[in-house]
Design a protein around this ligand. Structure first.
Ligand code: SF4
Ligand code: SF4
Length: 135
């Protein structure tokens, strides 16, 4: 897709891929920042969710895929609830995780997770965490 707003005529294969995976039209994002402001884990993200979307618009694939942001997203949907353009940034994060996994990038090797950690963790947290590792 070719998008407007500062990137006129940009032929952006990465943007097309993320939009296809997420089902979201990212040209609608006008960078209001509501999603980042409402995200409970924004403080720990290397790139806040609104900026992740902007980097995707600009085709900055490696910048986005090397950041920890998509792995820290807990799919709470606060961003979706607060977006004035009815976008769902959590779907973008999920799409980025899938693309990253298909490129062989994994934030953690399951075999390296200590048994004691798994025994202490709530089952729901373990399942939700491992679900992120399915492409
Ligand atoms: S779904 Fe992810 S990106 Fe959106 S507010 Fe929740 S943690 Fe942040
Ligand atoms: S809340 Fe919506 S329009 Fe605003 S920056 Fe986030 S995705 Fe873009």
């Amino acid at each position: 897709m070719k998008i407007a707003l500062g990137t006129v005529g940009l032929d952006n294969a990465f943007l097309e891929q993320v939009e296809r995976e997420s089902g979201e039209d990212l040209s609608r994002c006008y960078q209001c920042g509501n999603c980042s402001g409402s995200c409970p884990v924004s403080f720990a993200m290397e790139i806040p969710v609104s900026q992740v979307i902007r980097f995707v618009q600009l085709g900055q694939e490696q910048t986005v895929l090397q950041a920890n942001s998509m792995w820290l997203c807990v799919s709470c949907l606060q961003c979706q609830a607060r977006c004035p353009k009815c976008l769902d940034p959590s779907k973008v994060m999920e799409a980025l995780r899938r693309l990253s996994l298909r490129q062989g990038k994994r934030p953690v090797a399951l075999a390296q997770v200590p048994d004691g950690f798994l025994e202490r963790s709530p089952q729901q947290a373990v399942v939700a965490g491992f679900r992120k590792l399915i492409a």
